[in-house]
Design a binder for this molecule. Structure first.
Ligand code: NOJ
Length: 540
């Protein structure tokens, strides 16, 4: 887009990449970022108020979790109007102002698009529910009871209990993959598909740069409503919603065609991106780029969050993922999100900086979640303050997503600079240590590491356009190269809490250490400190 000031680029190859291929994308959960009106919940004007921080940090794009009108039973993923802004977040005018301000600074904006379901408060559902004759009846999945009067089949909601909810007035069940308050839309219906395409166009015309598509693999269910088979790995420690393998209720081939339709709409507008939440094992991820027609530019890849943290495991999983995506497809890496335990809680203490260096130097687009750059951990939530319906309905399995959704910390004041009111979730005990102001004042902090990594990505085309060359990871040091023209960068990450010697074939220069306290040249061997990672360039 013309109004964008592109970040520094220095070669043609680098420049010929799309913006989203070079990008590091910052996920913001608006509810938890910055409150501007004292109601204890973050909003769009709050994000605008913190816009200088986004520039200081150097992110290329922002992805906002849902900002639409919603009863907020699922963090805004229960949407009552796809083409408006929820009053708790602000207004459409606030949205336009934020988008314009971001674009002026060269920062793109992605919205969350939630095609699988609406809130039961959406006018479409109210209409659909009103009678079997409603013109919108078929926009949702309504099915007659089984002969015994029970649900039509054994499909389970991910959030607990049957996926079928009885509607006494019209004497049919409706299907919901998530909460009963989130009825599934029927993507087989062409009018519904057309209406959803118009939702995308509504926001694309307003100037958004793309979408993250929610729960895209569950869009379609088996037309024959066949029962799901028992899950062979089910036992007492597995949450009850996983009792059956979702063979017929999930990942149906039709979903891919619907995603390709979305992509065609996005392609009506220049320079936009479609990223998508997809489910399943790595070997399935490739198909979400599209088979006969293009689908997602970026099916989201959670390998770095889901792999046991060691050099040997990561080198295998990174390799498996890169081999699983089609030739020419663009990879991506994620180290945080609103549904995932914080990275700092998943990996051995001291490895948080390594995680950032890894995600931002592997080939592809990188995503992180607001607060990761502060080294935030999940916040302990007292049982009487739990918000997440998932935890309330399926308790005792560690499923609560509130800990990672706790508010951002801006300073060490009583409300962490997040609000003047009562924060909607607790701020956590370690605000004094992990807050933006404190970490900005310390140039060797993890926050500065994020900033320096983003700066380096903008400066070195090898980190965006460079060829990826894996090296053998030995001695608990994960190693790979990024090579672009004359420039070769070696990334070496000590994944142990012991010092480890790194031998290199030639003299090198430290461009960046995760500790931010050393630079300069060395001959062919260097001692990496515990948990230290380095980006090395060839010595002049
Ligand atoms: C995926 C979202 O990321 C999650 O937060 C939500 O609960 C489900 N979709 C249902 O909308």
């Amino acid at each position: 887009m013309d109004q964008h000031t592109d970040k520094e680029t220095s070669t043609d190859t680098h420049r010929s990449l799309c913006w989203w291929q070079r990008a590091v994308i910052y996920q913001i959960a608006p509810l938890s970022f910055q409150d501007s009106n004292g109601d204890g919940k973050g909003d769009l004007n709050g994000i605008l108020h913190r816009i200088d921080y986004l520039t200081w940090l150097g992110v290329d794009a922002v992805w906002l979790c849902p900002i639409y009108p919603s009863p907020m039973l699922d963090f805004g993923y229960d949407i009552a109007d796809f083409c408006a802004v929820g009053p708790q977040f602000g207004s459409l005018a606030d949205f336009d102002r934020l988008l314009e301000a971001l674009h002026r600074l060269g920062i793109r904006l992605l919205l969350d698009f939630v095609p699988n379901h609406t809130s039961d408060q959406h006018p479409w559902f109210k209409d659909s529910r009103s009678s079997r004759q409603s013109p919108k009846r078929d926009w949702y999945l309504w099915v007659d009871p089984a002969p015994d009067g029970g649900p039509p089949n054994n499909w389970l909601s991910r959030f607990g209990g049957s996926a079928w909810e009885w509607d006494a007035a019209s004497e049919q069940y409706y299907y919901h993959a998530f909460l009963p308050h989130q009825p599934d839309l029927n993507w087989r219906n062409p009018q519904l598909r057309a209406a959803m395409a118009d939702v995308l166009r509504f926001w694309l015309r307003r100037g958004v740069d793309g979408f993250r598509v929610d729960a895209s693999a569950v869009l379609a269910e088996d037309e024959l409503l066949r029962d799901d088979p028992p899950n062979p790995s089910y036992n007492n420690s597995v949450p009850p919603p996983e009792r059956f393998s979702r063979v017929f209720s999930d990942n149906r081939p039709e979903s891919l065609a619907y995603i390709a339709d979305m992509r065609a709409v996005v392609d009506e507008f220049p320079d936009r991106v479609l990223a998508g939440e997809v489910q399943g094992a790595i070997d399935r991820i490739g198909r979400f780029y599209g088979t006969d027609r293009p689908a997602f530019h970026l099916p989201l890849n959670y390998v770095l969050l889901d792999t046991p943290w060691s050099a040997i495991n990561l080198q295998a999983k990174i390799d498996a993922y890169l081999n699983a995506i089609p030739h020419g497809a663009w990879p991506d890496w994620i180290i945080g999100g609103h549904d995932k335990k914080r990275i700092a809680d998943r990996i051995p203490a001291g490895q948080e900086r390594i995680a950032a260096m890894l995600a931002f130097t592997l080939p592809g687009t990188a995503f992180f979640f607001a607060g990761d750059e502060l080294g935030m951990r999940g916040v302990k939530i007292p049982s009487d303050q739990i918000h997440d319906e998932f935890e309330k309905r399926v308790p005792g399995y560690g499923l609560n997503r509130d800990p990672e959704r706790a508010p951002m910390r801006w300073d060490s004041g009583p409300k962490a600079g997040f609000t003047t009111g009562e924060p909607w979730l607790p701020l956590g005990a370690d605000v004094a240590e992990h807050n933006v102001t404190r970490l900005q004042n310390n140039q060797t902090s993890i926050l500065w590491l994020y900033r320096r990594l983003l700066e380096l990505r903008h400066k070195h085309p090898a980190l965006t356009a460079g060829e990826y060359r894996p090296l053998r990871s030995i001695n608990q040091i994960l190693r790979f190269e990024r090579v672009h023209g004359e420039s070769a960068l070696l990334i070496a990450l000590n994944m142990s809490s012991e010092p480890r010697r790194l031998e290199t074939a030639r003299p090198n220069q430290i461009l960046l250490s995760t500790e931010l306290d050393r630079e300069g040249c060395f001959d062919a061997s260097i001692m990496l400190r515990p948990n230290e990672g380095v980006i090395l360039g060839s010595s002049p």
